[in-house]
Design a protein around this ligand. Sequence first.
Ligand code: 4AD
Ligand code: MG
Length: 467
Amino acid sequence: MENVKRTKIKELLNSEPGAQVLAKGWVRTKRGNKQVKFIALNDGSTINNIQVVANAELFDEELLKRITTGASLAVKGTLAESIGSGQAVEIQATEIEVLGDCDPMRFPLQKKDTSLEYLRSVAHMRLRTNTFGAVLRIRNQMAYAIHTFFNQKGFVYLHTPIITQSDAEGAGDMFHVTTMDLKNIPLDKKGEVDFSKDFFGKKTSLTVSGQLEGELGATAVGEIYTFGPTFRAENSNTPRHLAEFWMIEPEMAFYDIQDDMDLAEEFVKYLVQWALDNCMDDLKFLCEKYDEELIDRMRSVVGINFERVTYTRAVQILEEAIANGTVFEYPVQWGTDFQSEHERYLVEKYFGKPVILIDFPKDIKAFYMKQNEDGRTVRGMDVLFPKIGEIIGGSEREASLEKLEKRIEELGMSRKNLEWYIDTRRYGSVPHSGFGLGFERLLLFVTGMSNIRDVIPFPRTPKNAEF
Ligand code: 4AD
Ligand code: MG
């Protein structure tokens, strides 16, 4: 069979009929009658299947029986014009080899229940479905687009550590990293855990953000971005939170908050446009199956200027909405964080487009954000998207050594683990800014999926680290 080279199905579907071809893939469905079988074959190169036509006279009955949903095949034959399969071409099979059988009684995707919830319980197999094939291809395209965007702009891809001793966001929701024997933890004289005996000789965790190291890179080579996994042990079981998610964090020397917002807006529009340009087959499938407004919604954000509004103004808008009868589950009060219901009201109801919130109360934001003259707010920015809420968080950074040190003290943070970071302000400090895009939040937007567990191949959430 190998005297013909295998061609991927995506390419076959775009080829002229006539050639001898070899296709390999997994059976999606088989139908037909005694004389002829129609097999839909998929190899993951595209959402579309190629139809294999097997004339029963040419094949062993036993072989045809083994062709079940999920089985893997190599098929040789003639690429022929297709009448009625919905595709231009099909394969008139001359040889079929079953590479791997698939027991129809046990195959988890054979079940009637194809709900996303059920598929999460068989996440190791769900990648074989059309839905996850589409999600994985779009995810891959978005990763490629991210590297392309920053490379075109001359940013340096910086690899920041996954194991760290610093809590960048000051939120404290970190996973410890240790090699200590949990049944026999060494204690010091005061009865505290003696981390000097641990692998790194100090307390370490999985990173919640590469930003602090990113700032070291930006103040050296000008413009960097990170793109890697981040970990947060917050116990929030929501459709928008993962314990392990991927984040893209650009950091730029000499950028102020306006430059930062401009870049963030250009960046997400570029990514959404890339998906429209390069993933249309998959988008159409997802649109039909899950979210009929998906493509329209995507188009609507690339052709519009995002609304830029201060936190304080947004509070007023929400208060007016409440006065006019809108009911929110959580209260709105200057000084507290918005919930996603508030964010979505601003984006979907009030402005009808993506919103960039700026100038937050300093007490709800991290220590490193640049302080405004009013003494109450900081130069942070959040980009809010329809259906998602916050997709990006960022800020101009506090460049003044004195102000930064004062803030660290006010918050009662331990300076010991931050001296290396503070050095950026001691030696040639410059105005600089950055932001973080949650990769899976972006994917929610460009796939139309409504649960973040369905846009990452192997989700990690509270009580869930299987597969
Ligand atoms: O707003 P966050 O916490 O900001 C930072 O971590 C900054 N250090 C970024 C920076 O300025 N360099 O997180 C940034 C983004 C959020 O807007 C959200 O999209 C995503 O990361 N994110 C999560 N995504 C999935 N699951 C979680 N638990 C997330 N937490 C944040
Ligand atoms: Mg945030």
